[in-house]
Design a protein around this ligand. Structure first.
Ligand code: NI
Length: 175
């Protein structure tokens, strides 16, 4: 397993649409494991392949708390096939939008169809934080960040700060 560098917005690769995988083979399984290792180290609760520069429809999630056993989801070609009428609002963050958080409204629950790490098709009903997180990660596969759900005013404030932070980093200022 290997940790992969995480892209930070603004980055054109984060705005691209990712391609479906033909099947979950050894290469995709390795990608899933590397993404999980990267996510745990960050630490985060979800990661999508484009965040590590791989434009494939692969996401990983793990909502287990610090004192709980890991319970990772590894998903290829995840598709939302049903959403609830009722919405939920969560204060979202993203490893590609470091240190910024904002409230985003999404369907409160959803059903997701995906291929697991053994190339077996599965469906799960996601509620609560899992519903929010899986929708956030699938957004990444379509080039959408949580800040794209905000008003352009709020989004631009965050993007300007990210550009400034990148410039500071490039100048050799330790962070
Ligand atoms: Ni994210």
């Amino acid at each position: 397993m290997a940790q992969l560098p995480i892209l930070v917005a603004p980055d054109p690769r984060l705005a691209k649409k990712s391609l479906p995988v033909a099947e979950v083979d050894g290469e995709i399984r390795q990608l899933m494991d590397d993404m999980l290792e990267t996510m745990y180290a960050a630490p985060g609760i979800g990661l999508a392949a484009p965040q590590v520069g791989v434009l494939k429809r692969v996401i990983v999630l793990d909502l287990a708390g610090d004192d709980e056993a890991p319970s990772p989801f590894k998903m290829a070609n995840p598709e939302i096939i049903w959403v609830s009428d009722d919405d939920a609002e969560y204060n979202e963050g993203c490893l590609s939008v470091p240190e910024h958080y904002a409230d985003v409204v999404r369907p409160a629950s959803c059903v997701v169809r995906y291929l697991d790490e053994n190339n077996v098709q599965r469906e799960i009903t996601a509620e609560g934080l899992l519903s929010t997180c899986v929708q956030h990660e699938i957004d990444h596969l379509d080039g959408v960040l949580f800040i794209d759900h905000l008003t352009s005013l709020k989004r631009n404030i965050i993007l300007r700060k990210l550009v400034k932070a990148k410039k500071a980093g490039a100048g050799g200022v330790p962070a």
